[in-house]
Design a protein around this ligand. Structure first.
Ligand SMILES: *Cc1c(COP(=O)(O)O)cnc(C)c1O
Length: 463
């Protein structure tokens, strides 16, 4: 059987699928200058291995691409990039991306607290959420000398809620308005509709976004920063972003006619990465920034509008490709199926460390990490160790037919929404995240222990 989409290309064949430092030497996968076999031996499996040089490079590239394409020397208003921390939150990652010049986008008390504790500049932190708590709003307004740079209003009632808390704290809150532009995207396609039927944001078409922007400007405790939109995730088609950007500029024009200036417009995240050989090579960060700049420039010229500062919030595309999950193969079982047989290859993790296949039918690919994937292949299914038949990491793949207990498997592109969405289902301990670079390794997130889990059991730990 030879079906290229069922195998995982090596780093030399599809570098876009792997961390920058990944390569195969004498059959063994190396990441950050370390052998996958040594990593597994010393730090255990399952484990998320994050290439820190790659993360730094991606963050720097987003920052420089946005700064360059929206440079005010080109008559633009400057450009910047915020890391969407929900993709992967840890203080070490915040250090790396903020040192590269990114801001941080948060969406909960935990994320906001972690960003602040990690030392991110409050001026360059955002807070999102369709149901923010008073505690979240209070922390956002009280952080630093002036509160965080932007609280993104998601509903009309938030105008009064945020203003009330700001008044209590004796501060002004800087706010943006989340606009639903009618452009939705995910995967390879996008749709542009007139109506919105989803929980996020304020509709552009119905006039809700316009009305809330006016209400903000009439509220003394609120400082209107500008407009925000986020159209979806894992989007390959740049036209979806440019269509949404141009609609937002239309609203900016409408507000400008009322004397309301949008100092900044944020176009959100959602830029695609490669997960399998079947994916096209996604647009580069530079190409993304360039098409956004072209769309914004054209829309502003059409509306005779000064170009605002433009920001974006890439999460997945900043951290997704930096990380590889290593698993150890346990049981290998041959199961007869209509067309022959399938190998069920069980690994020592599963849906608790990667829920995306079960949740979204997301596709990943897998390769042998401890030896070259050569010789005859067998149709295989990579499954976890959970009590759930849907606990599948990769439904169909070709692995060497001699795959055996003890082999190591590598699944690339697990940096975004892997650890972030992990769980303790079946009381499995969540894997640690190990940062590797130039032959050195350190934990970003410690692996959980059974004792960590038992610590939360109130019966075992009476107070
Ligand atoms: C999830 C999210 C992002 C990041 O999306 P990615 O697909 O990871 O780039 C950015 N902004 C907002 C508001 C989000 O909800």
């Amino acid at each position: 059987m030879n079906a290229p989409h069922l195998t995982c290309p090596d780093p030399s064949d599809r570098p876009d699928l792997w961390p920058w430092s990944a390569r195969r030497h004498d059959g063994v996968l190396h990441i950050g200058g370390l052998l996958a076999t040594d990593i597994a031996h010393q730090w255990g499996t399952p484990i998320y291995v994050l290439d820190e040089g790659d993360l730094e490079g991606r963050a720097l590239t987003w920052v420089s691409a946005m700064a360059e394409e929206f440079w005010d020397g080109y008559g633009m208003g400057g450009g910047s990039a915020y890391f969407a921390a929900k993709a992967f939150m840890s203080a070490g990652v915040i250090h790396t991306v903020t040192a590269a010049g990114m801001g941080v986008d948060t969406a909960s008390l935990g994320e906001l607290t972690c960003a602040l504790e990690a030392g991110a500049d409050p001026d360059r932190i955002g807070l999102h959420g369709n149901n923010k708590s008073d505690d979240e709003i209070r922390l956002a307004i009280s952080a630093g000398e002036r509160g965080i740079g932007r609280i993104v209003i998601d509903a009309p009632a938030e105008v009064e809620r945020i203003a009330t808390i700001a008044r209590q704290l004796g501060r002004r809150a800087r706010v943006m308005i989340r606009v639903t532009t009618g452009v939705h995207a995910g995967g390879h396609d996008f749709i542009a509709t007139a109506h919105e039927d989803q929980k996020f944001g304020l509709s552009l078409v119905s006039g809700a976004a316009y009305r809330v922007a006016r209400a903000v400007c009439e509220t003394e405790e609120l400082d209107f920063v500008g407009l925000h939109s986020h159209i979806g995730s894992q989007i390959f088609d740049l036209e979806a972003f440019t269509e949404s950007a141009s609609r937002l500029m239309g609203l900016a024009k409408q507000l400008a006619a009322e004397g309301i200036e949008c100092r900044e417009v944020d176009l959100g995240g959602g830029y695609a990465i490669t997960y399998t050989a079947a994916d096209p090579v996604p647009p580069t960060q530079k190409e993304v920034a360039r098409s956004l700049a072209t769309a914004v420039r054209e829309a502003c010229a059409r509306h005779n509008l000064k170009v605002p500062h433009i920001s974006i919030e890439p999460g997945r595309s900043t951290i997704g490709p930096t990380t590889v999950t290593l698993y150890r193969v346990g049981t290998v079982k041959r199961v007869p199926i209509d067309e022959g047989e399938r190998l069920y290859v069980s690994v020592d993790g599963g849906m608790s460390d990667n829920i995306r296949p079960a949740l979204y039918n997301a596709k990943y690919c897998v390769t042998l990490a401890n030896r070259a994937p050569t010789g005859p292949t067998a149709l295989s299914r990579i499954v976890g160790k959970h009590c759930e038949s849907g606990d599948i990491i990769i439904a169909d793949t070709l692995l060497p037919a001699d795959v055996a207990p003890g082999d190591l498997l590598a699944v690339p592109a697990t940096g975004a929404y892997g650890h972030a969405m992990s769980s303790n289902y079946n009381m499995l301990t969540r894997p640690g995240t190990l940062a590797v670079r130039d032959g050195e390794a350190r934990w970003l997130i410690y692996p959980e222990t059974v004792s960590d889990l038992l610590d939360r059991d109130a019966t075992l730990n009476p107070q």
